[in-house]
Design a protein. Structure first.
Length: 218
């Protein structure tokens, strides 16, 4: 597939707006995740892919959600079973989750079928052989203004999200003393109609409502 570039120009909206220099990538995905230069994704058939150069390479197995980060590559299948990629194959981990994220500092977080929030600590996340259960850490959650259908936290702490209209937002003002940030800035909204977003190393990876994949430089 021929790659093409275009510039997404936005009107000033809400707390601000920005333009993205984007390139359409080959293939189609329903979910994507990027970290430390690695990109993984899942299509509607449950096939799992990773990006090598500008080409998608299929991995063994079937998942509904995949995540990559400092804790490795993790995923969950249609039965909510949890897996970690070890030596090129998927190793099953005890527990059930409907969604998982490995973007933390060598810890893994996930959401169960009834909405429970779970966190797998450093030792268990690094060595799945020692995880007889999936221990979770209960912490306080602080509400942030706004509504999103999905949210992405980059490895270095950048936060992006997509709302029900397919508009992309970036959370600004995040510091160690104020981790919840201050404002949402709209990014590439009305032309995108996005369903999913992931951020890594100055790149936004977007999936729109037609499951097209866009690589955008911030």
């Amino acid at each position: 597939m021929m790659l093409w570039e275009f510039l997404l120009l936005l009107p000033p909206l809400l707390a601000g707006s920005s333009a993205l220099d984007c390139m359409e990538m080959p293939g189609s995905l329903k979910q994507i995740d990027a970290s430390n230069g690695q990109v993984f994704g899942v299509n509607t058939a449950g096939n799992v892919y990773t990006l090598y150069g500008d080409s998608w390479v299929q991995l063994p197995g079937s998942l509904k959600h995949v995540s990559v980060g400092p804790a490795g590559v993790w995923g969950v299948n249609k039965n909510n079973n949890i897996y970690k990629l070890v030596g090129g194959s998927w190793k099953k981990v005890t527990g059930l989750l409907k969604q998982i994220d490995a973007g933390g500092d060598v810890f893994v977080a996930g959401v169960s079928m009834n909405g429970g929030i779970y966190c797998l600590s450093r030792p268990a996340a690094v060595s799945v052989n020692n995880a007889s259960t999936l221990p979770w850490v209960n912490t306080a959650w602080q509400n942030i203004p706004g509504k999103l259908s999905m949210i992405e936290v980059g490895t270095e702490g950048s936060v992006y999200g997509v709302n029900s209209a397919g508009q992309i937002y970036r959370r600004d003002g995040i510091t160690k003393s104020n981790p919840i940030g201050t404002t949402w800035t709209q990014v590439a909204s009305f032309l995108c109609k996005c369903k999913h977003v992931s951020y890594d190393l100055g790149l936004l990876w977007l999936i729109n409502d037609q499951e097209k994949i866009m690589k955008c430089r911030i």
